[in-house]
Design a protein around this ligand. Structure first.
Ligand code: SF4
Length: 139
């Protein structure tokens, strides 16, 4: 079984975890011994919260609400290509900014994203022209 050291993504503490991987599947997680943050300790989330990785219920493709093959808030979620999803998102951002101004936009990120993800996220909103950025830890 292969052991892969990584950082727990559940909160900002930064505990290090050894993921035990066999046949490309995570079998269990153990705390990284001697690491300066958690030194062999993990909370329950870090220790047991990994079943989602291989869950068949995970979303792996974009979904869009549609009715009669067009977007509708009351429509059913249907699978679409990434290209269609990105086109839809960018057209909605553009029309919202044109109608209400850039400060009508707000970016809301997640404490479960990596620092790098959050950096790119805030950069994206600042490039759009707004500083309206926050994340779930303040809720
Ligand atoms: S193991 Fe627990 S305390 Fe450590 S980073 Fe993960 S969620 Fe946070």
């Amino acid at each position: 079984m292969k052991k892969i050291q990584t950082t727990c993504p559940y909160c900002g503490t930064g505990c290090n975890i050894d993921l035990h991987v066999e046949n490309n599947k995570v079998k269990k997680a153990t705390p990284t011994k001697g690491h300066h943050v958690n030194d062999g300790e993990l909370c329950l989330k870090g220790l047991y919260g990994w079943e989602f990785i291989h869950s068949p219920r995970r979303l792996t493709k974009p979904l869009l609400r549609k009715e009669n093959n067009k977007f509708s808030k009351k429509g059913r979620l249907v699978e679409v290509s990434f290209e269609e999803a990105y086109d839809f998102i960018s057209s909605r951002i553009k029309s919202t900014v044109e109608k209400y101004g850039v400060d009508s936009m707000m970016g809301f990120s997640s404490a479960r994203c990596t620092n790098e993800d959050n950096y790119i996220f805030q950069k994206f909103f600042r490039v759009l022209g707004t500083n309206n950025i926050d994340h779930c830890a303040r809720l």
